[in-house]
Ligand binder design. Structure first.
Ligand code: GDP
Length: 459
């Protein structure tokens, strides 16, 4: 166990609520809280048993003024989230009461925790590895049941197990190489079975890393959401389509940060896939300056979109505006939505040939929505979503695994060319290091700090 100071933070969301929890972690946790807490029973909490609670009051350390009525719980390290002694103070969930209790804990000797510092301690104290720590944040931010399930699997060490297995392979290869190099005068005399064994191990590992990476793009979509832009000229039924999709599946989150007047972002739950709908406020050319900003932004958003739904109105003939919009999405992954099929068909059929995916719907009558959803799943998930294969969902992990794979492939090519074994060990070591970045066993301290700084306070 490392030696750290005792930290504290509000662990619950700030606002009015039934209760709020202030978390105190470190070897002085109980000592600090005992200075400001008086148990109703009169008992001294320093002798409190782990995993028990005490009812009482918090007082100001300087003037003994009553601050709040609370219940405290104690979890003795290493059996706590941080693996350190942890006290949680359940106080009244008001903004003022919570902050006053927090202040008194600080006055009694604890330091205010940085974002993610509790989870970072769990990592630094060796209770969890880095990928598990990152999963804690993914659980909090999960937007669908499926995203939650995948994050939960990662938090219990599903990914770590796979990565550690690959590390084992690389370590065994290094041991073989070192053995061969140490016991032979020159490379000519190397036991011929060694390069064969090295190649076999590398091939096995490369195969397994490829399997892990195969699900990475899908994993990322489940974690971060598929961004979907609905485009088309005014009145073709874009909002009606969005509303129909929203109505069917409950909306999950409204992204408040970054929301602008022109571009609204909302998530819908499409059978477990979080779909972030970018409502582009029309990408047509405009003279209006204010609206032009919106149009520019819409074009940017279009760039970001993983998928575009291009909506046309089948009850009208195509005009130049439709054609311009069709032109603007021609390089994107796109589904052509022919809307208003409940009305008389007037649109020319010849346009349809240039689209691979065409779906006829009526947003108003809610016809064709299931087919639309199935098509989206076909495009990104080969039709069905398999949680077991969603092991890699984080871009950082994916990049590191790619590097591990590339180095392993390089090593294999060299073994097959009968190159010097110590040269091969350079690539194997690089692969090992890249794998270690995922679990955090090989990562620069400032990178670790950067990862945790994205966490929320109190976690
Ligand atoms: P937007 O400007 O592209 O967002 O279009 P809206 O969703 O606001 O729809 C424009 C008009 O078309 C509204 O009056 C809708 O009720 C109507 N509309 C949308 N979808 C359909 C449809 O499938 N069938 C019919 N008959 N009308 C529709």
């Amino acid at each position: 166990m490392k030696d750290f100071d005792t930290i504290c933070a509000i662990a619950t969301a700030l606002g009015e609520g039934g209760i709020a929890i202030i978390r105190v972690s470190g070897d002085k946790a109980l000592d600090i809280v005992s200075k400001i807490f008086k148990a109703h029973s009169g008992q001294d909490i320093k002798s409190m048993k782990s995993y028990t609670m005490k009812y009482g009051h918090i007082y100001d350390i300087d003037n003994e003024e009553l601050i709040d009525e609370v219940i405290i719980s104690f979890m003795k390290g290493p059996k706590s989230f941080t693996a350190e002694d942890t006290v949680e103070i359940n106080c009244h969930g008001g903004v003022v009461s919570t902050n006053k209790v927090l202040e008194s804990v600080i006055k009694a000797g604890a330091r205010l925790a940085e974002p993610g510092e509790f989870t970072k301690r769990a990592f630094l104290n060796g209770r969890i590895d880095l990928s598990q720590a990152e999963a804690v944040m993914d659980i909090i931010k999960a937007k669908t049941d499926l995203a939650m399930k995948s994050a939960l699997m990662q938090s219990t060490g599903h990914l770590s197990t796979q990565i550690n297995k690959q590390r084992e392979y690389m370590l065994n290869i290094l041991a073989l190489v070192e053995f061969a190099v140490d016991f032979t005068e020159d490379d000519e005399d190397v036991d011929p079975s060694i390069p064969i064994k090295v190649a076999e191990s590398l091939e096995k590992s490369i195969g397994e890393m490829n399997v892990l990476l195969r699900g990475a793009d899908e994993g990322k979509l489940i974690r971060e959401g598929l961004s979907l832009a609905i485009v088309g000229k005014p009145n073709v039924g874009k909002s009606s389509l969005l509303n129909a999709l929203l109505r069917e599946k409950r909306a999950i989150v409204t992204d408040i940060a970054g929301t602008t007047r022109d571009v609204i972002e909302e998530y819908i739950n499409l059978d477990g896939i979080p779909v972030k709908v970018i409502d582009t406020a029309g990408i047509r050319e405009t003279e209006d300056v204010v609206e032009k900003i919106g149009v520019e932004r819409s074009k940017e958003k279009l760039e970001e979109a993983d998928l575009v739904l291009l909506v046309l109105d089948t009850s009208r003939e195509l005009d130049q505006e439709d054609k311009d919009i069709i032109e603007s999405v021609k390089d994107k992954k796109c589904i052509l939505i022919l809307n208003k099929i409940d009305l008389e068909w007037k649109i020319e059929e010849d346009i349809l040939g240039s689209f691979e995916n065409v779906i006829k719907i009526s947003a108003k009558e809610e016809i064709g929505l299931d087919e639309l959803k199935q098509t989206i799943k076909d495009l990104f998930f080969n039709g069905k979503i398999d949680t077991e294969s969603l092991i890699i969902s984080n871009s950082r992990h994916k990049q590191a695994l790619y590097r591990a794979l590339e180095n392993a492939e390089n090593a294999l090519v060299r073994v097959k060319n009968n190159e010097y074994l110590d040269l091969i060990s350079i690539y194997v070591t690089a692969s090992l290091r890249a794998l270690g970045e995922i679990t955090g066993s090989e990562l620069e301290e400032d990178l670790v700090n950067k990862i945790f700084s994205d966490f929320c306070v109190g976690k």
